[in-house]
Design a protein around this ligand. Structure first.
Ligand code: HEM
Length: 413
C-alpha cells in the first residue's frame, strides 16, 4: 500500500501531501528491522528529492528527520538516537542559550506528559480494540492496569503544573488514564501531535516495545532538562547568584524524583517480549545517550580512565567537549568558594543542593541497575559492554568529588 502511495507522490512531490500515515502503518505492520528493500529504496528516492523541494522549512526539516530515522538501518547509521527518534522530538539542548534554561522545565513537562500519555493511550486503544498495531505478545490485563497506575504517578505532578488536572475525577485506573490522555491530547498543537506520531518506530511487532521506546524518550527528556539546568547553575555561580543555582539544582533533583515511576512502569515489561525485540536493537544502547553523558560530565570532569572507555567512546562529541575543557559545576563551585563570590552561608546551601542532586542521580543508577538485572540477566548489553557487570561497576562513580554522598544511603532509600 505505502509503495503505491509513495510512487504516486514521487510523480508530484509536495511537502504537504507526503503519505506519512501509509508509511508509518507499513513500518508498524512488520517492524523497522523487517521493512522490504523495495520500500526502503523508494524512501531513499524521496530523500534524494528533498534538496530540490520548495516549502516551509519546518515541514522540510520534519520530513528530512523522519526519513533519516526510517532509513537508519540501511544507511548503517542505526544507533540509540535514531532508534528512539530523538531528533523528531526536539528536546531542549545543552547548547541552547543559557537564558532559555528557566523555560526548559515547562517544555519538558509538556513533552513528558505527551510521551507518557501516548504510551497509556496505546494500552487503552489495544484493550478497546481500536488498534491492531504491534499485536505480538500482548500482556495480561493486570500488567496493563499497573502501567496505568505508574503512568499516572508520572503524569500527576506535571498535569498539575500545566493546570490540566481539573477533570481527573475517575477512580478506576483505566478511566483515570483515559481522562488524562484526553486532557493532554486536547492541549496539543498539530506539530506536537505529528512529532509524537512520527517518533514511534519499533524494530519488531511485540506490544511491549511501544512502552520501552516511550520510557526511553521520557527519560531522555529528563536528562535534557538536567543538562540545561546544570548549565544554568554553572552560569549562575560566577555571578554569586546562589538563589538561581539552588533553584536549578533542586528542580533537577525534583525532575529525577518525579521520573522514578517510569522505571516502575517499565518493570511491567514482559521479559520474553524484551528478549525477543532486543535481538533487532543490537548497536542501539543508551550508553550512547548524549544527554546522560552531558549530565555526568557537567557535574565534574570524569576520571581519565572513564573518558577513555566505552562510556565516552560511545558519545564522541561529549568526549571531545571534555577534552577541550568543558566547564563543570564542580569547578565553578570551587572557584566561587575560593574567590569569596559566594559566602559561607551560600556555600552551605549549595552544598546541600548538590548533595541532594547527587543522591537522586545515584538512586537513578541503582534502580536502572536492578531493572537491567531483571530484564537482562547474564546477557551482554546492546552497547557492546558485558552488560550488568558494567552497570554494577559504574553505579558508584561519585557524581561530585567535593560533595560526597554515602553510596549505601543512595542505594537503600
Ligand atoms: C530493559 C531495561 C534496560 C536494560 C536491560 C538496560 C541495560 C543496560 C546495559 C546492559 C547498559 C550497558 C551498556 C550496554 O552494553 O548496552 C546500559 C546502559 C545505560 N542505560 Fe540502560 N537498560 C535498560 C533501560 C534503560 C532506560 C529506561 C534508560 C533511560 C534512558 C537507560 C539508560 C541507560 C544509560 C544512560 C546507560 C549508560 C550508563 C553509563 O554508561 O554509565 N537504560 N543499560
Amino acid at each position: 500500500m505505502s509503495i503505491a502511495e509513495l510512487k504516486s507522490w514521487l510523480r508530484e512531490p509536495d511537502l504537504t501531501t507526503f503519505p506519512y500515515e501509509a508509511v508509518i502503518t507499513e513500518y508498524h505492520c512488520v517492524g523497522k528491522h523487517f521493512v522490504s528493500p523495495r520500500l526502503l529504496d523508494l524512501l531513499a528516492e524521496v530523500r534524494a528529492e528533498l534538496p530540490s523541494m520548495r516549502g516551509p522549512w519546518p515541514r522540510l526539516r520534519t520530513l528530512m528527520s523522519f526519513l533519516d530515522t526510517l532509513l537508519d538501518k540501511p544507511d548503517e547509521r542505526y544507533d540509540y538516537s535514531s532508534y528512539t527518534a530523538l531528533p523528531l522530538l526536539q528536546l531542549p539542548g545543552a547548547d541552547d542559550p543559557v537564558e532559555q534554561a528557566p523555560f526548559a522545565r515547562a517544555r519538558c513537562d509538556r513533552l513528558t506528559t505527551q510521551i507518557v500519555s501516548d504510551a497509556l493511550a496505546f494500552e487503552l486503544d489495544t484493550h478497546a480494540g481500536r488498534t491492531v498495531m504491534l499485536p505480538r505478545m500482548c500482556p495480561p490485563e493486570e500488567l496493563i492496569r499497573k502501567r496505568y497506575k505508574h503512568g499516572m504517578r508520572v503524569l500527576r505532578p506535571r498535569l498539575a503544573r500545566m493546570s490540566l488536572d481539573g477533570d481527573l475525577t475517575a477512580s478506576d485506573p483505566a478511566d483515570l488514564a483515559q481522562q488524562a490522555c484526553t486532557a493532554v491530547r486536547e492541549d496539543m498543537s498539530v506539530a506536537e501531535r505529528r512529532a509524537l506520531e512520527l517518533s514511534m518506530l519499533p524494530v519488531y511487532t511485540a506490544h511491549d516495545e511501544y512502552l520501552f521506546l516511550r520510557v526511553l524518550q521520557a527519560f531522555e527528556t529528563t536528562f535534557s532538562l538536567l543538562a540545561v539546568s546544570l548549565r544554568g547553575v554553572i552560569a549562575a555561580l560566577p555571578r554569586g547568584d546562589v538563589d538561581q543555582a539552588e533553584r536549578f539544582l533542586n528542580s533537577g533533583q525534583t525532575a529525577l524524583r518525579e521520573s522514578a515511576p517510569l522505571f516502575s512502569m517499565l518493570a511491567t515489561m514482559q521479559v520474553e517480549a524484551f528478549q525477543t525485540f532486543r535481538q533487532y536493537t543490537e548497536g542501539a544502547s543508551a550508553i550512547q545517550s548524549r544527554n546522560y553523558k552531558l549530565v555526568e560530565s557537567l557535574c565534574r570532569r570524569p576520571d581519565r580512565e572513564r573518558v577513555d572507555s566505552a562510556a565516552y567512546y560511545s558519545t564522541p562529541d561529549v568526549r571531545l567537549r571534555i577534552l577541550l575543557g568543558q566547564a563543570t559545576l564542580e569547578e565553578a563551585y570551587g572557584h566561587a568558594c575560593e574567590t569569596g563570590c559566594v559566602d559561607e552561608r551560600g556555600q552551605r546551601r549549595l552544598n546541600t543542593a548538590m548533595r541532594g542532586f547527587a543522591r537522586a542521580l545515584m538512586r537513578w543508577r541503582q534502580t536502572h541497575y536492578r531493572l537491567a538485572v531483571r530484564m537482562l540477566g547474564e546477557k551482554t548489553g546492546t552497547g557492546y559492554t558485558e552488560g550488568t557487570p558494567y552497570l554494577k561497576a559504574v553505579r558508584d562513580i561519585p557524581v561530585f568529588r567535593t560533595v560526597r554522598v554515602n553510596n549505601q544511603t543512595a542505594r537503600t532509600r
